[in-house]
Ligand binder design. Structure first.
Ligand code: NAD
Length: 455
């Protein structure tokens, strides 16, 4: 069919270890058309049966956690601890949304002259486009609720990290999902991803990736008034007030930005510290950064693995060159795309490392004077995805939580993602919400039906 192949590289060594197909336009169209043909029957599956199939899919994923995690360690350099959590997250999201088909109730609205009811109708084929930084969870946040709502799904993994998605596609068939209901379409963004935007049978595109590509997808979707969910970039703040538990805040700060080698849209890559405790806090932070264990991600004690690719490492390096380095951790000097955890002092809010999404293990630090100043600095970005604040003052925690323009915020902790709660961005970090009780509805359209009572 004229398909090419893509080489898959282990970022811990830089070595190619397998190849996967990269589908061309004709093969992409064929996959979309099979998904469109599978839609009527999938939508007609009784809610209880669809629930049972999704639970079975979750159980098959659960039985393959170690295999899936192993693939992600090799393909993406994720630590084995993270990769197991990620595979478990796919299982949990499937189980959670398996409860949804039987609860997808519409409303009965009082109107004169008859009966008015609403239905949440599935859309048809949903196209899901996934980035390389969290291949498994981000795929699951799309296909779990999309399938539960009665849609069929075509899913494009990132070119760099296709292996777990391809395996999940096989596991879905093994669990009994009918052919064509959930299809993995590996290939280039400019071919496969773009086709999801232009093919009329794809009724919604659920995209996670850079803000730049997200904007082009939103613009392209306008042509067919195609629905979109966009999960885009971030430049989130970790705000530490003087009254906080500084020891705890310092001990947890490295994980909040260096986890997954900083390749996390929710990374707290900007650290704002109240100036009265600035020196003290940096003194507490330094040993925690130096102790952050960067090593072979297959080791169970690894806290951080390598960056995803040689070219990405070059990009991350440009933010450090010529900047004021406060201190750095260690990284292996062997082959592979290693990069040490790095803390930079910002001297102005114009510094690129303060302003731009680095997407690497680089933390940018700036002091602030008071609450108002902290909120102003935190909001001085086009992004608004995540963030944290540390204080013992309950009133301040509430005031600042309401004032920071971001989709997910945590107080005295660094959590952004829990599958029970909504996740997504404000401003240019995205459009729509994934996860939580309402995500299913974003894969449906409301239909209102009025039935006349008759004379
Ligand atoms: P990317 O935008 O380069 O690619 C994302 C996906 O889009 C890939 O599968 C790619 O092949 C595809 N793509 C590229 N060009 C396309 C096009 N023209 N049409 C359709 N599809 C296209 O992003 P990336 O480098 O893979 O991922 C990193 C970015 O993702 C970061 O900005 C990060 O913040 C963001 N991200 C956001 C979230 C979130 O939930 N908000 C989660 C993870 C990552």
């Amino acid at each position: 069919m004229g398909n090419m192949t893509t080489e898959v590289i282990n970022p811990s060594t830089g070595a190619v270890f397998t190849t996967v197909p990269s589908l061309d336009l004709a093969a992409t169209d064929a996959a979309i058309e099979r998904a469109a043909q599978a839609f009527p029957a999938w939508r007609a599956v009784a809610p209880g049966d669809r629930a049972r199939l999704l639970r079975r899919f979750a159980a098959v994923v659960d039985a393959h956690i170690d295999e899936l995690a192993g693939l992600e360690v090799r393909n993406a350099g994720h630590t084995i601890g993270n990769a197991r959590w990620e595979a478990g997250n796919v299982r949990d999201v499937l189980d959670y949304y398996a409860g949804a088909p039987e609860r997808l109730s519409g409303r009965q609205i009082p109107v004169p002259g008859g009966l008015d009811v609403t239905f949440h109708e599935p859309l048809g084929v949903v196209g899901i486009i996934v980035p390389w930084n969290f291949p498994m969870p981000i795929a699951g946040w799309g296909f779990g609720p999309a399938l539960a709502a009665g849609n069929t799904v075509v899913l494009k993994p990132a070119e760099l990290t296709p292996l777990t998605a391809i395996r999940l596609g096989e596991l879905a068939l093994e669990a009994g999902l009918p052919e064509g209901v959930f299809t993995i379409v590996p290939g280039k963004g400019s071919i496969v991803g773009q086709r999801f935007v232009t093919h009329p049978a794809v009724r919604k595109v659920c995209f996670t990736g850079s803000t730049e590509v997200g904007k082009s997808i939103m613009a392209g979707a306008a042509d067919q008034v195609k629905r979109v969910t966009l999960e885009l970039g971030g430049k989130s703040s970790n705000i530490v007030f003087a009254d906080a538990d500084l020891e705890k805040a310092a001990a947890s700060a490295p994980g909040s930005v260096f986890d997954n080698a900083g390749q996390d849209c929710c990374a707290r890559s900007r650290l704002l510290v109240q100036e009265s405790v600035y020196d003290k806090f940096l003194a507490l932070l330094e040993p925690a950064v130096k102790a952050f264990r960067v090593t072979d991600p297959a080791r169970t004690d690894a806290e951080m693995g390598p960056l995803i690719s040689a070219s990405h490492r070059k990009t991350v390096e440009t933010y450090v060159e010529g900047s004021d380095v406060a201190f750095r951790g260690d990284a292996p000097k062997t082959d592979g795309w290693w990069f040490p955890p790095t803390v930079l002092l910002a001297h102005s809010t114009d510094d690129p490392h303060w302003r731009e999404e680095v997407f690497g293990p680089v933390l940018s630090v700036l002091p602030f004077t008071d609450e108002e100043d902290a909120v102003r600095l935190a909001n001085d970005t086009e992004y608004g995805l995540s963030g944290s604040l540390w204080t013992r003052d309950l009133g301040r925690a509430l005031r600042v939580s309401r004032a920071v323009e971001t989709g997910a915020l945590s107080v005295n902790s660094h959590s952004s993602v829990r599958y029970w709660t909504p996740f997504g961005g404000m401003k240019q970090s995205g459009l729509g919400r994934e996860l939580g009780p309402d995500a299913l509805l974003s894969f449906t359209d409301v239909k209102n039906v009025f039935m006349a009572m008759g004379d």
